[in-house]
Design a protein. Sequence first.
Length: 264
Amino acid sequence: MDVKFCPLVSGSSGNSTYIGTKHTHILIDAGVSCKQIVEHLNELHVNPEDLDAIFVTHEHIDHIKGVGVLSRKYDIPVYATPGTWEGIGSTVGEFSHKNIRYVYKDEQCVINDICVKPFEIPHDTIEPVAYSVFAEDKKMTVATDIGHITDTIKENVYESDVLLLEANHDIEMLKNGSYPWPLKKRILGDKGHLSNVAAGETLSELMSGKTKFAFLGHLSNENNEPHLAYETVKKILEKNGVKVGTYFKLDMAARYSNSLAVEL
Ligand SMILES: [Zn+2]
Ligand SMILES: [Zn+2]
């Protein structure tokens, strides 16, 4: 049990996931305030000063809100693609030159005993990526903000021990909801967000004996409900012969509080 994976917050209101070993502590995104991130880390008994890196998926504010303050206050290196750095610009303040680090899709980045691999995702930002993280022969993947599932995503998600996958919206709720049509079109589009059904189909297709735990996350506040996302995905999995329960666990990543910390 040397590796820990814990979504700290997940949803359209902010996203951040902690992954750590005894020696290394990283975040994937920090999309709520620094103060909130620190509180979530405290619950895990992780000192923010011990963070070795923050990996950013893309420049939308629900992924970067706390990144600037965290980096300045605790002197944390921030990793993102060149396009994402361009998109971040000065939205969350200046970064110390030495803490601006670059990642490139499909190129592994080693931080002590953790290896992080970014891979391309279709989303409406400059150069978005998702991340697979390898530590102690375990694989953990955080894949949210996905317009549609690509072969690249399938290849990278496959055989993850733990996966955080987007289940952003219920298509009917979104279509019948109050969002203006251009926004609905954006979310439903090729570079928008993944629906509950798409998440269920993806999980069913990619389920291997290795995957023990999947979180559904990045739920829309307006166009989804946790129980609806869970039941929709569970139903699709069971239709495809995947039993949810003892060996394979499906859980919801909580919007405002730490989710279950998975230890591997
Ligand atoms: Zn986004
Ligand atoms: Zn997002």
